[in-house]
Design a protein around this ligand. Structure first.
Ligand code: 5GP
Length: 195
């Protein structure tokens, strides 16, 4: 078996498996934030996408923002986060799409301002988790509406058994995940990573 990487070790030490195939890592990733640790993940994303001409990081509120910002520090680019919006009369000024939430089971309309995303942009999409792929598909849709180029997608924790990541790879998306969970069992608390 290959040696576990930093994030895989942290998941085994601090992750809690919940019912409904949800992994809680809110002690370090998306509620309380371990800033030096996320900064290290950001450094890894910078290395993984070093050959791409990225000028902006795109993520979605709220849980992608922390790791996106700590990646941006290393890459020296701004972060744009898609906002959840109830709708407004300023639709002409935004790109909008709908994203089904994996954790909350509702559909959110999310927007980015046309001011901050356009055809000259080369974006790296970053998020904390990838499950069925709805969040990433939505962010790619927003980039597509703007005519921006998606240079890659960086994910902290991909739940490989939910298939979203493999579907994106099949479409040719340059997707890199720092940890891919192949199996997890809430009953026994076991987690198996993809090699
Ligand atoms: P997807 O859209 O790929 O189905 O799900 C990804 C989104 O749902 C991420 O933005 C993340 O916030 C949330 N998510 C999916 N699975 C998990 C999980 O196991 N734990 C946590 N904390 N969030 C998750």
């Amino acid at each position: 078996m290959a040696e576990l990487n930093l994030l895989q070790k942290k998941i085994l030490a601090d992750g809690v498996i919940k019912s409904g195939d949800v992994l809680k890592v809110d002690s370090f990733l998306n509620h309380q934030i371990d800033v030096p640790f996320l900064s290290e993940l950001g450094r890894q994303f910078k290395r993984l996408f070093a050959n791409r001409p990225v000028n902006k990081i795109l993520t979605i509120e709220a849980s992608g923002i922390g790791v996106a910002c700590l990646t941006a520090v290393h890459m020296g680019v701004p972060v744009l986060f898609a906002k959840k919006s109830a709708g407004s009369n300023m639709d002409a000024d935004v790109y909008a799409t709908e994203i089904k939430s994996f954790t909350h089971h509702n559909v959110n309309r999310v927007i980015v301002s046309k001011k901050y995303l356009n055809a000259a942009d080369h974006v790296l999409i970053i998020d904390d988790f990838l499950a069925n792929g709805c969040a990433i598909e939505g962010l790619m849709d927003l980039a597509g509406q703007a005519g921006a180029t998606v240079e890659g997608v960086g994910i902290c924790i991909e739940k490989g058994f939910q298939g979203g990541g493999d579907a994106l790879r099949k479409k040719g998306v340059n997707l890199k995940s720092l940890a891919i969970i192949e199996k997890m069992d809430a009953g026994t608390g076991t987690i198996v990573f993809r090699e």
